[in-house]
Design a binder for this molecule. Structure first.
Ligand SMILES: Cc1ncc(COP(=O)(O)O)c(C=O)c1O
Length: 388
């Protein structure tokens, strides 16, 4: 049996997978079982911040594995304490909670907001249409796309949706019972749609005026992806809580919720937990990834390569009418297409380029943050070739 046949027989049918099985990777390239190389502009869906097989990350994971992989959160470990220190001292937040995924980080944020709100008679969470927050029941309820919620009713009560970017709609939905407003500064799965800076600034003022917690879901756009450690630094608007995951540990599963002291204080021992959350292995990996992201020149490269990717896509759109528009920031870019994106992503794969769809009509480019201009040139060549 091949890997694909075995997977199809024994693995639950929740993904529409491409007919390829990967064996190894090096930098910007992955190699399938036959040895064919693929230029990676998917990055494990915005996860592999340092690409594949980064020597430093592999060394840290190996060394930490020999020392200690897991202890539970009944005890302290240095990698977790160090990670919390770095994230807090580099931001406007005061406390961190660690978990294993984006959905779990969003759950933690919603629970913390409700806990805080409970003392003030507030429970309602206003989220955005076209958003994506993950697959657990809370996160899927907050997700403003009906297609992900089909067959799951009844969903979590007390979550409402307003159009993303419509401040008046938000203003009228956010009432005395609202404990939190939840949004992605750049909608990822929804189609790479960045918020307007002025909109986010207005949302910030609204939250301050009405005593509402502002939660940013930076699971996809955070940890360097926009050319800043945090996505909200790109927008110049600081939330009260920030959910992180995906790229934070370079592929080792990890999520985090950062919160300002006033909100973080709503959690007491026993209120929330996660067995694996912030375990020494994942935290050591995250410490290494964050140190690399903060190292001199790293974020400059993201900004420069990201701008180059955007201008290359724009140039392509002038040559090829199938590319209607280009959206995004940093190394999170989307090409809005006039042709179906599913088959196009498949054609890219056949030619040795990994991309993925976002929303109904967008091809998404979220490569490892180590991508350089020659990688962009090669990706554009393969993409244009796939467009035909
Ligand atoms: C913005 C955002 N939030 C949350 C999630 C869920 O993350 P996970 O799949 O790690 O649970 C995702 C995943 O794509 C995401 O893009």
């Amino acid at each position: 049996m091949t890997t694909i046949e075995k997977g199809e027989q024994y693995v639950m049918n929740t993904y529409k997978r491409f007919p390829v099985a990967f064996e190894r990777g090096e930098g910007m390239y992955l190699y399938d079982e036959s040895g064919k190389a693929y230029l990676d502009f998917c990055g494990g869906i915005a996860v592999n911040s340092l690409g594949a097989g980064d020597r430093g990350l592999v060394g840290v994971v190996a060394a930490q594995s020999w020392r200690l992989i897991h202890t539970s959160n009944l005890y302290w470990t240095k990698p977790m304490a160090d990670l919390a220190e770095t994230l807090v001292t580099r931001s406007s937040f005061d406390k961190a909670f660690f978990c294993n995924s984006g959905a779990e980080a969003v759950e933690a944020a919603m629970k913390l907001a409700r806990k805080y709100g409970a003392d003030h008679g507030r429970f309602k969470i206003v989220a955005m249409e076209n958003s994506f927050h993950g697959r657990t029941f809370g996160a899927i309820t907050a997700t403003g796309q009906k297609k992900y919620q089909k067959g799951l009713s009844p969903l979590l009560p007390g979550i409402v949706h307003v159009p993303f970017g419509d401040f008046e709609a938000l203003e009228s939905a956010a009432d005395d019972e609202t404990c939190a407003i939840l949004l992605e500064p750049v909608q990822g799965e929804g189609g790479i749609i960045p918020a307007e800076r002025e909109y986010l600034a207005s949302v910030r003022r609204l939250c301050d005026d009405r005593g509402i917690a502002l939660i940013f879901d930076e699971v996809q756009c955070g940890v360097g992806r926009l050319g800043y450690l945090f996505a909200h630094e790109y927008f110049g608007v600081a939330p009260d809580m920030c959910a992180l995951a995906k790229g934070i540990a370079g592929g080792v599963p990890m999520g985090a919720l950062l919160a300002r002291a006033k909100f973080a204080a709503a959690f007491a021992p026993g209120d929330h937990a996660s067995t694996f959350g912030g375990n020494p292995l994942a935290a050591a990996a995250a410490n290494y990834v964050v140190s690399r992201v903060l190292a001199e020149g790293f974020l400059e490269n993201v900004r420069e390569t990201g701008a180059y990717l955007a201008s290359s896509l724009e140039k392509l759109s002038r040559r090829n009418p199938a590319v209607l528009a280009v959206r995004g920031a940093g190394l999170m870019r989307g090409a809005v297409m006039s042709v179906p994106t599913g088959p196009l992503v498949g054609k890219c794969l056949e030619r040795g380029l990994l991309t993925l769809g976002a929303g109904a009509d967008v091809v998404r480019f979220v490569p490892p943050l180590i991508a350089g201009k020659p990688d962009v040139d090669k990706a554009m060549e393969l993409f244009e070739n796939a467009l035909g």
